[in-house]
Design a protein around this ligand. Sequence first.
Ligand code: ATP
Length: 352
Amino acid sequence: MLSGVRKSFASFDVIHGIDLEIAEGSFVVFVGPSGCGKSTLLRMIAGLEEVTDGEIEIKGRNVTDLDPSDRGIAMVFQSYALYPHMSVRENLAFGLKMAKTAAAEIETRVKAASGILKIEHLLDRRPGQLSGGQRQRVAIGRAIVRKPDVFLFDEPLSNLDAELRVSMRIEIARLHRELGNTMIYVTHDQTEAMTLADKIVVLRDGRIEQVGTPREVYENPANVFVAGFIGSPRMNLLEAAWTGDGTIRIAGTVIPAPIAAGKLSAGDRLTFGVRPEHFVVAEAGAETLKAKVDFSEYLGGTQYLYCQLEDGQTVTAEHRSQLAIEAGDTVHLASETTERRFFDANGQRLAG
Ligand code: ATP
């Protein structure tokens, strides 16, 4: 649990006061743009970075001032951080030896961890004789042998190629299922965040923008930042105006907006959000947006249409039908009422 956690480097505030409860056994992923403070937050939990203000509790114990080795955590780094002159077996055993664990116990744990990660046949090799994926397995193995309460992962898959990332991602999910430990994971990869997380924590400039399940942050983003950050291609966020009578006007089209409009007056700007997969090419109708296709990308099962509305705003639509649409075509884009999102001038979600 984090309470009021802050971090400044000299006079520069990087983390502005974070309160976060992490359920035991859950898989929590910190995401956010580069420099938002994800790694700093993780490193404070690990004890590798001092907390400027606030408290960190792990399993009910205040660990804020404890050394990393006394916190019941184990961290896996992007760079693996293996000892090059030691064998895999020695790398796995090193932390336990330092903690003066009995030799028999070390052997049992190394055997169990290498079994879980399927690296038994690599135990006598050195890190230099391993592939990137195998090295990352050893790095994870080194965390497992310590039997931590909490696993911390800092972009562990960033150095792997695309195919290996997918298979290691699945292995990490399997590991979580098998071990049942709390895992906290930092990534800028949305797919990793969506597929691994029980809870996603979206950060921006050292503040939490939203905490929710992958489905919650995707379907019900709290604000335009989360709406634009989660999902690829990103959600269309279009400028619109409140008409004053339960509808918005956008590029000449009037669309019903079932929102609690208490504070809005006619003419107020707001943002209309629809995900590309929810803009469907349709017959022209009262609520459709007329758009000219600037560019189209054919991806086999689906086609992305990059279009321009009559007022110049750009829109992306994901077109799944076999009907070919090409640059220069005019389309009419329809959206279901349930797939429309509205945000006020400050970017906050307007609820229905
Ligand atoms: P990335 O995805 O690029 O790794 P991040 O979200 O993990 O980014 P952090 O590495 O936590 O971001 O950095 C957050 C901010 O703190 C950045 O602006 C960074 O420049 C700054 N920062 C990090 N470490 C230090 C340090 N030791 N001294 C001064 N500033 C630092």
